[in-house]
Design a protein around this ligand. Structure first.
Ligand SMILES: [Zn+2]
Length: 326
């Protein structure tokens, strides 16, 4: 029988096999977890021209949040089936690029831990210092890798997973004239949230007008959608968020000639799954993942339109990005 800790890795392998027929697959790096060596894969689809509009999908930053990788893979795999026969979709990928890392932290996923195999929380590992009303431990700490939310030692190199994510984004997304990334998580709160920067402070995000536009377009395309759109700092502040780091990188080195990069996090509110099935509290990964099959299928269906919307909004950015709010 397949080791249950390897289900997502197997799903990713099946996706990769299909992906190679349409796009490029690259082993970005490898991590060690117990006796296993696990690769981190980067996928790209569309022309080589990196200035084209680019949508990026990322998941599995937190190893426990398996459902995020399922949402990503369940979007990407059917997209390839459709690409085999849908000429409109084929045309789409002559004008835009799609990039993905479906499992950023495969070692953590294999070991059933939020952090990477060295006990570091990838979401708190970038060299970014937050300021404001930080929460003890949760906002990131340097006390011990035995506690969750550990940032790593002061002054240490970034972890392989963090570095891999950042390098991939710098190379595959930041040169684009318009790009949006969606990093899929689960765990916080009752509602599904779409977060945009910053998490390091309550500072205003420079592309707030574009974020508002995306929010309006989403409401227009999917009335009664479930998402709360808000800056991450509305929920809590974080040290070391790699998305803040990458965004700053973009502002420093890429934004001067009008290029726009918007990193989003989809935080699926898994406390509602818990409320409906409190026994999940007693299973190791139950808090962050819907266990009942009908609920699993519902979650897989629920977010497909959102990912498709992000793809289309990225492709058509020139139509809406500079319009005022109306
Ligand atoms: Zn997470």
């Amino acid at each position: 029988m397949l080791n249950p800790n390897l289900v997502e890795i197997e799903n990713q392998n099946a996706l990769i096999e299909q992906w190679q027929k349409f796009g490029r697959v690259e082993k970005l790096s490898e991590v060690q977890a117990d006796d296993r060596t696990l690769p981190i894969y980067g996928l790209t689809l569309g022309p080589d021209d990196r200035s084209l509009p680019t949508f990026g999908i990322f998941a599995g930053v937190h190893g426990l949040e398996r459902v995020g990788s399922h949402v990503a893979i369940n979007f990407l795999t059917p997209l390839l089936s459709q690409l085999a026969w849908d000429e409109t979709l084929q045309e789409t990928f002559r004008h835009m690029r799609l990039v993905a890392i479906p499992i950023v932290n495969p070692g953590g996923m294999y070991l059933n831990s939020r952090s990477n195999p060295r006990g570091v929380d990838i979401m708190r590992n970038a060299p970014v210092e937050a300021h404001g009303d930080l929460k003890p431990l949760v906002s990131g700490h340097r006390i011990s890798p035995r506690l969750p939310w550990y940032r790593g030692k002061a002054g240490a190199e970034m972890e392989v997973e963090t570095r891999t994510l950042i390098d991939f984004l710098k190379r595959e997304m930041l040169p684009s004239r318009f790009s949006m990334a969606l990093d899929v998580h689960s765990g916080f709160g009752m509602r599904d949230r779409l977060w945009f920067p910053y998490s390091r402070s309550r500072e205003n995000f420079p592309y707030r007008a574009q974020v508002n536009r995306v929010s309006e377009l989403l409401a227009g395309a999917y009335p009664h959608h479930v998402y709360i759109v808000e800056p991450q700092h509305q929920s809590y502040l974080l040290h070391g968020d790699p998305w803040d780091f990458i965004f700053d990188e973009h502002q420093k080195n890429f934004a001067s000639d009008g290029r726009i990069f918007i990193p989003w996090c989809l935080e699926m509110g898994s406390w509602s799954w818990l409320k409906k099935n409190p026994m999940q509290l007693f299973t190791r990964h139950g808090i962050f993942n819907p266990i009942l099959p009908h609920r699993y299928r519902r979650i897989m269906r629920r977010h497909r339109p959102l990912l498709d919307f992000f793809k289309q909004a990225t492709l058509n950015h020139s139509v809406w990005r500079d319009r005022g709010n109306s």
